[in-house]
Design a protein around this ligand. Structure first.
Ligand code: CAA
Length: 379
């Protein structure tokens, strides 16, 4: 692995950093408080090419590599983890899956507007009774000849209220278990498709999380992705890449919290000196810096392997497992270093602490990552 970043990668990192500082930082506290989706900012991210970063320009994407994606994701999440998850879902779960597995017609119709950021997408796998155990899908898609009839409920869907297009996973033939699962592209507004109320969440409150209800929704056959029965393998392949996005989001949360803690520790005085001169604080910062660097290396490794076309199930899971733990630990310690100031909204670190938790849950819990890693090393 070569960790010397190219000029182009450094430019992307700087552009994302500038955007985050200039456009995301103002109002981030208010958006978190009011659960307000960053509509204007997401539109700008689309114009910058951040919503279809790795997609071929012929389908409206920016044609960049996955390391650039990690760099940009870190910079966005360092300031606004809610905007970062919108970006991660659109890039990794929606655009990447369509580019790799959709038909040419599906790419023209759906991928192009999604990758150019004209619209955003959502990925609907989780259900009230099937999150980690993804094969136990209760949503059904009954084959009716030239269309499928979709029925069921999806839960906790990121971009659920703002997406135009949804990738929906459903069971077509329960007898065949995971081989009877399919993935479909469903358009917002189709008859029988309803969006539930917005979830009131602990963290990433600027992002838009909803349940989705499908009641006899007619999905044309040409909207199935891949061969009949490919849906579960599709979801697994897409989630492998998604885990790089969430690992990078976690990395950004950790580095955002760390940078604030470092700055505070250099200026805040206690016992006649800046608190960074107390070993109790200095050692916390040393641990944070080390763990963040290690998390970044795992993200780069998974991203580099993805671009080389390798199987990234193990490296993506390792990056997400570790980076999400680092996000949690670092943000808790950043609050501790800030003392009483850390507990109030104005200092941002309490938000990082709340935002960090979801990175250990969505796109596969930490326990699921350990299943994936342990199965891989046992092979
Ligand atoms: N990569 C590629 N293929 C995989 C895979 C992986 N990581 N894991 C499993 N598969 C394939 C297997 O090879 C097998 O395929 P074949 O039959 O063709 O050989 C098939 O999937 C079934 O595999 P298993 O028998 O191992 O399946 P399982 O029932 O034991 O489950 C699991 C495996 C890893 C636990 C899987 O269910 C899983 O990943 N669960 C977590 C799902 C998840 O991440 N949910 C989060 C929801 S999405 C979200 O959060 C979106 C959002 O809004 C942010």
């Amino acid at each position: 692995m070569d960790f010397n970043l190219s000029e182009e990668q450094l430019m992307i990192q700087q552009a994302a950093r500038d955007f985050a500082q200039n456009e995301l930082l103002p109002g981030v506290i208010e958006r978190d408080r009011d659960q307000k989706f960053p509509t204007e900012q997401v539109k700008m991210m689309g114009e910058m090419g951040l919503l279809g970063m790795m997609v071929d320009p012929k389908y409206g994407g920016a044609g960049m590599d996955s390391v650039s994606y990690v760099l940009a994701m870190e910079e966005i999440a360092k300031v606004d983890a809610s905007a970062a998850v919108v970006m991660s879902v659109n890039n990794s779960l929606v655009c990447a899956g369509l580019e790799k597995f959709a038909s040419e017609e599906q790419k023209q119709k759906y991928l192009t507007p999604l990758a150019s950021g004209k619209v955003i997408g959502a990925f609907a796998l989780s259900e009230p009774e099937a999150g980690s155990d993804a094969t136990s899908q209760k949503t059904t898609a009954e084959d009716k000849g030239d269309y499928y009839l979709l029925n069921g409920i999806k839960n906790w869907i990121t971009n659920g209220g703002t997406a135009s297009y949804y990738i929906v996973i459903a069971q077509t033939d329960p007898e065949k278990k995971h081989k009877g699962i399919n993935a479909f592209i469903v358009e917002r507004g189709w008859e029988g498709f309803e969006i539930g109320p917005k979830e009131d969440k602990l963290g990433i409150r600027g992002s838009d999380t909803h349940s989705l209800m499908f009641n006899n929704v007619k999905v044309p056959k040409e909207n199935r992705i891949g061969e009949d029965g490919f849906g579960f393998n599709f979801a697994m392949a897409v989630l492998n890449g998604g885990r790089i996005g969430i690992a990078s989001q976690a990395l950004g949360i950790a580095s955002g919290a760390y940078e604030l803690a470092l700055k505070y520790a250099k200026t805040r005085k206690a016992f006649k000196t800046e608190i960074i001169n107390h070993q109790a604080i200095a050692f916390k910062l040393a641990d944070m810096a080390t763990q963040i660097t290690a998390a970044r290396m795992l993200c780069f490794k998974a991203a580099t392997e993805k671009d080389a076309g390798k199987d990234i199930s193990e490296s993506g899971a390792m990056a997400k497992l570790y980076a999400s733990q680092v996000a949690m630990d670092t943000s808790v310690e950043a609050v501790q270093i800030h003392g009483g100031y850390g507990y109030v909204k104005e200092y941002h670190v309490e938000r990082f602490m709340r935002d960090a938790k979801i990175t250990q849950i969505y796109e596969g819990t930490s326990e699921i990552q350990k299943i994936v890693i342990s199965r891989s090393i046992a092979k």
